[in-house]
Design a protein around this ligand. Structure first.
Ligand code: HEC
Ligand code: HEC
Ligand code: HEC
Ligand code: HEC
Length: 214
């Protein structure tokens, strides 16, 4: 609304032209905007009441030394892991693991978002619609093996189209040697160019049709 008002001024035509408000064309990754994590809600300094020393954007999630997790794919994790028990969509899925557990370490709506590096945090939690919570039974299934043996229902992962900048689009996460659907299958935690940190556009349900043949 505010942009519209400002655009009554002739000068703003040029201003808008410079901000790449282009149209997102599903399937044409050159049309996907890129927005660094620095300028997203995942820069926790943008969250009311949270102050990360030195404006270190990566620190709540990653540390160069003494990470809180170890082993394969620990991505030098620095955030307190969720201790909650989750209700799952699919009975085939166990409790969240790996990357999904990392997301739920803030999006459970219970663990303090600034509880990293063993500091305990200030108790500030995510509320509202971004708090996915502990009931995942009404959310798209995660923690499930991708059914490569149903070629009429599910696309071959080799056909997944590129995402922002031509990098990985929809992707599977390998956990315990199994290629699975996890939060990061649809979300790119570091780039919010498409909104909701999505890996490919949701327009025309392009995201869904990467996997589902419908
Ligand atoms: C809100 C949490 C969060 C923030 C902030 C964050 N990351 Fe990550 N990062 C993750 C998660 C979760 C993963 C693992 C999931 C994945 O690979 O997509 C990851 C994976 C990575 C990886 C390994 C996989 C890859 O994508 O290359 C690198 C490198 C990385 N992050 C670097 C950074 C840097 C550098 C910053 C700061 C500029 C940063 N991250 C900020 C959550 C975060
Ligand atoms: C260190 C805490 C933290 C971690 C870890 C984290 N997030 Fe977030 N995320 C946030 C906060 C804080 C917000 C902003 C919530 C709000 O505005 O109320 C957010 C917002 C989001 C949004 C909404 C973005 C928008 O445009 O409104 C999505 C989607 C999201 N996160 C997905 C993920 C996924 C997927 C992961 C794991 C790969 C993840 N997050 C890991 C803290 C985190
Ligand atoms: C199958 C794809 C898919 C998977 C898997 C997935 N998401 Fe999402 N997510 C979406 C889409 C699409 C949206 C945007 C539409 C919407 O708001 O429902 C979204 C929205 C969100 C939002 C913003 C909600 C809001 O209203 O502010 C958060 C936070 C989020 N996802 C976190 C997660 C977390 C955490 C996981 C893993 C537990 C996850 N997502 C798994 C597709 C997915
Ligand atoms: C990364 C691949 C992938 C993406 C992207 C994806 N899905 Fe799924 N979806 C799956 C898998 C795998 C299952 C579970 C199959 C099983 O367990 O039988 C599933 C399950 C479902 C189910 C439940 C089916 C049932 O039998 O209960 C629905 C509905 C669904 N997806 C809709 C969507 C929608 C809508 C989107 C886009 C917002 C989407 N999916 C994106 C892979 C994906």
């Amino acid at each position: 609304m505010r942009a519209a008002i400002r655009c009554l001024l002739p000068a703003c035509v040029f201003a808008l032209a410079g901000t790449a408000v282009g149209q997102i064309v599903p399937g044409d990754y050159t049309s996907y905007p890129s927005v660094s994590v620095v300028n997203t809600p995942h820069n926790l300094n943008n969250f009311p009441g949270v102050n990360i020393p030195g404006n270190q954007v990566c620190l709540p999630c990653h540390t160069p030394h003494n990470a809180l997790l170890s082993g394969e794919a620990n991505v030098l994790w620095n955030h307190q892991e969720t201790g909650e028990t989750f209700a799952m969509y699919s009975s085939a899925a166990g409790q969240p693991e790996g990357v999904s557990k990392m997301c739920l370490s803030c999006h459970d709506g219970v663990t303090a978002i600034d509880n990293y590096g063993g500091n305990g945090g200030t108790g500030i939690v995510i509320t509202g619609s971004a708090a996915i919570g502990t009931d995942l039974s009404n959310d798209h299934p995660i923690g499930i093996a991708y059914p490569t043996s149903q070629p009429t229902e599910y696309r071959n992962p080799s056909s997944f189209a590129p995402g922002i900048g031509g990098g990985p689009g929809v992707r599977l996460a390998t956990i315990n040697s199994v290629d699975r659907v996890e939060c990061t299958s649809c979300h790119n935690v570091h780039n919010n160019g498409l909104g909701n940190f999505l890996r490919v556009p949701i327009q025309e349900s392009y995201l869904c049709l990467q996997c589902h043949i419908k």
